[in-house]
Design a protein around this ligand. Structure first.
Ligand code: FAD
Ligand code: SF4
Length: 452
């Protein structure tokens, strides 16, 4: 593998001068549509205005007080459909030639300010005066971290129970490290730890050690945010095919100490990735970097129907990924040792619209063919583990095993148990998980004050 070092490091963000110049492009709108476009209420209009008037620590404070993962969101938010979509500078630019104007790069300014706080050693949070109430948080992804920080700011004693060896959720074991690296995460976690949040890693809350046990141990409320860590698969139940990975396992392996093992698997091989979302894009991009010979992306619909962000799709194409659109996998071809040799595909055409409003892929009869591949990565959806409802008895789940929770408060069907993030929404965004954590923390405080 040629560029191993760069695999583990994110690209540099804005420097001071770039951030200030960008902030000066802001039109200082009175009604600040960008702030309304942020799901987590990170208040971009306020922090950009403060930066513009050289109140740097004030700008940092605005971000961090409203979004404890302001750095992660600055890096990972698909801003073109959130805050930057609403930016008035973008409106001005409509109809003008490309490059004449564009939205303020809010995510990049936000990232700069958070990184700057670490560079200058500016600590937004001090450990608050403690209260007696204990709250348990299940899962240390963005939803759990946001809820924990919000409660800890008010002095609640928060313990985060995490199944894996290190905290961070998909930020630690999902997103590829050249888009979001461990060093950056560590610094953002330090901000959460400064509030006194306790982390108990390697501690799954499961059928044996579930929510009942936490409540019995004296936690007055529980926030459930375990994300979605099981994977949908095309491999028939009970079978194992060598060389077929789920995106969950493949991407985790790149970040949990199995990196060298994965290079050996991928380098020089033909790799096929199934799926059309952002996770599939992380899989194809990383496979190219690990030195795969050819990387095919298989998607049963068309280019414009792909759920992946437009810039991710373009980046994958520029990296040399071959897009096999309008092709649907129907099975795998294996050798005598049950190792994968290829994927059986059938061509599709777009038929009538389905319930989602998108034209449905219809298989074309007699069009079956085989794409040779030694490694297949299935990125066709992260789902809740089959036994997950047993972790939180009495909490209502839907047929996909997603927790049913009030979208405004995270309250579940069981009093004292709240939930948020991907386990409630299905696969979503970091910023939405942050929003859920904040909302649930507010509701938990109300719940606890009513218990007195
Ligand atoms: C590969 C990938 C790329 C992504 N890229 C982006 C992106 O660019 N931008 C963006 O906004 N979003 C992106 N997302 C989505 C985003 O990461 C998720 O929406 C977000 O992380 C959800 O947060 P969460 O806290 O609900 O769950 P998670 O981040 O999944 O965290 C849940 C945590 O709970 C732990 N856990 C699970 N079960 C238990 C248990 N029984 N007991 C204790 N702990 C448990 C898990 O180990 C994990 O640490 C991406 C996701 C993936 C997988
Ligand atoms: S958190 Fe994300 S959506 Fe909100 S202002 Fe920042 S970059 Fe935009």
């Amino acid at each position: 593998m040629k560029h191993k070092k760069s695999f583990f490091h994110m690209r540099k963000g804005f420097d001071f001068a770039q951030a200030v110049v960008e902030a000066h492009r802001c039109l200082l709108c009175h009604d600040a549509p960008c702030s309304q476009g942020c799901p987590a209420d990170t208040r971009p209009a306020e922090f950009i205005r403060k930066l513009r008037f050289k109140n740097i620590t004030g700008a940092i404070r605005t971000i961090k007080e409203n979004n404890v993962l302001g750095g992660a969101c600055g890096v990972l938010c698909p801003t073109h459909r959130l805050c930057e979509k609403a930016c008035s500078a973008r409106m001005v630019s409509e109809g003008l030639p490309e490059g004449a104007d564009r939205p303020i790069q809010i995510g990049k300014i936000q990232r700069f300010l958070v990184e700057h706080s670490w560079d200058i050693g500016f600590r937004v949070f001090e450990k608050p005066a403690p209260r007696t109430e204990k709250v348990a948080v299940v899962g240390s992804g963005p939803a759990g971290l946001s809820c924990a920080a919000e409660l800890a700011k008010d002095g609640y004693k928060v313990t985060v129970f995490e199944a894996r060896p290190e905290p961070g959720g998909a930020l630690r074991y999902g997103v590829v490290s050249y888009r979001f690296d461990s060093k950056f995460l560590k610094k953002e976690l330090t901000d959460v730890k400064a509030l006194g949040v306790r982390f108990q890693c390697n501690s799954p809350v499961d059928a044996d050690n579930g929510v009942d046990r936490l409540l019995a141990q004296g936690f007055a409320a529980v926030f459930v945010a375990p994300g979605l860590w099981a994977a949908a698969t095309l491999v028939p139940a009970g079978q194992r095919i060598g060389g077929v990975f789920s995106s969950v396992d493949y991407l985790s392996a790149l970040r949990d100490g199995r990196f060298e093992q994965m290079i050996k698997r991928i380098e020089g091989k033909d790799v096929a990735v199934i799926g059309g979302g952002s996770v599939a894009m992380d899989c194809v991009g990383s496979a190219v970097r690990l030195g795969a010979r050819d990387v095919h992306l298989i998607y049963r619909r068309s280019f414009t129907q792909m759920p992946a962000e437009p810039d991710e799709r373009v980046e994958a194409q520029e990296a040399g990924v071959h897009f096999l659109l309008l092709n649907q996998p129907v099975g795998y071809v294996t050798d005598s040792r049950k190792q994968v040799k290829g994927v059986r595909l059938v061509r599709t055409r777009l038929g009538k619209e389905d319930a989602s409003g998108r034209r449905r892929p219809v298989p074309v009869k007699g069009s079956e063919w085989i794409l040779p591949a030694r490694v297949i990565i299935e990125a066709i959806g992260n789902v809740a583990p089959a036994d997950s409802p047993k972790w939180y008895p009495g909490v209502r789940v839907d047929r996909r095993l997603l927790v049913e929770a009030d979208p405004k408060t995270g309250a579940t069907s069981r009093p004292g148990v709240f939930a948020g993030g991907d386990i409630v929404r299905g696969p979503a965004l970091v910023v939405q998980a942050v929003q859920d954590g904040k909302a649930a923390a507010r509701a938990i405080k109300d719940y606890l004050s009513n218990q007195k």
